[in-house]
Design a protein around this ligand. Structure first.
Ligand code: SF4
Ligand code: SF4
Length: 68
């Protein structure tokens, strides 16, 4: 079962580089002043259900990633 990003996402973009399969995709880069927002989604064809992004060591500040 792949995972998905919910509306709780803060668009911080931290997860994009950390998914081992490259399944977390940045949809855009929204820059203003010193901040960059990166809305993301998970490609279900690339996600291999490894569970890293929902593990206790995971760093999503919003716990925005859930099973689809
Ligand atoms: S780490 Fe979490 S809050 Fe940040 S962009 Fe990824 S899913 Fe959204
Ligand atoms: S379950 Fe694994 S492959 Fe799928 S999005 Fe999360 S970290 Fe990436």
């Amino acid at each position: 079962m792949p995972y998905q990003v919910t509306e709780k996402c803060l668009k911080c973009g931290y997860c994009v580089e950390r998914c081992p399969e490259g399944a977390i995709i940045a949809d855009a880069k929204i820059e203003f002043e010193r901040w960059t927002l990166q809305p993301v989604h998970i490609d279900p064809d690339l996600c291999n259900d490894c569970g890293t992004c929902v593990s206790e060591e995971w760093w999503c500040p919003a716990q925005a990633i859930v099973p689809a």
